[in-house]
Design a protein around this ligand. Sequence first.
Ligand SMILES: [Zn+2]
Ligand SMILES: [Zn+2]
Length: 275
Amino acid sequence: MLNISELPLQPSGSSGRLLQPLWDHLLSHHLPLISSPFLPVLLAFSSYFFFSVPFAALDLLGERVPSFYKYKIQPDRRPTVGMMAKCFIRAMYNHMFFVLPAVIIAMFILPAPRLPQDAPTLYEVIIDGLAILLLFDTQYYVWHFIHHKHSRLYRWIHAIHHEYMAPFSWSTEQLSIPELMTVGLWSNQDPVLLKCHPLTTWLTTVFSIWMSVEDHIGYDLPWTLNHLVPFGLLGGAPAHDMHHQQPSSNYAPFFSHWDRIFGTAVPQQKKTLKR
Ligand SMILES: [Zn+2]
Ligand SMILES: [Zn+2]
């Protein structure tokens, strides 16, 4: 589980790296947590939960908060409490009965995670994190395209994610078990393949869950990442909402380049509330 030879006897704190104090603190005070194979799952699931809650509140308040509701992409389709509960219960069930057992099996098969003495530099976190996101985006684009083009694969594996034409935050993890296990495998093994620092991996996990939830919030808020990052490099909620309305479009989860290159990019068509 833990490669003791990699651990410092004393936290170094002297490498001049901005994240070194944080890393030293984690090594000194939270070693059982950060060396646990369950940490990535805990991070991913709690991020999904905490990022989804505020948008669920927005959905429930609806037109009572007009300053937010005016940004709703499909205002005539609002999720009910029952739809939200169904998605959350499915996500809980899948994690308890499939993801956690898979982690336990992986503990006996995969090598123990390495915890180096030095923290990553900020530059490493950004560049390696970007590499993880770009690789995942490419893998999911191909997987997603195939699962929409092959009718049986679509029905058996991906259709469940398209149960709702208007996505909402909890529907981010409305996934079949094979889809959840596939994205989980990539999320765990891509950073290993790219030889990323564990801290970079964890930060990228949280950030990628934020991006996934943002894809599904159903609001085109002006301060979301797709508006903050220039040149439309990120698809965000407008692109992914469109994918749920027109499933043969916008296959990429995060970036927009593959959809632009292969001609599958479709811009958002904002709907107005019918009165
Ligand atoms: Zn979706
Ligand atoms: Zn799809």
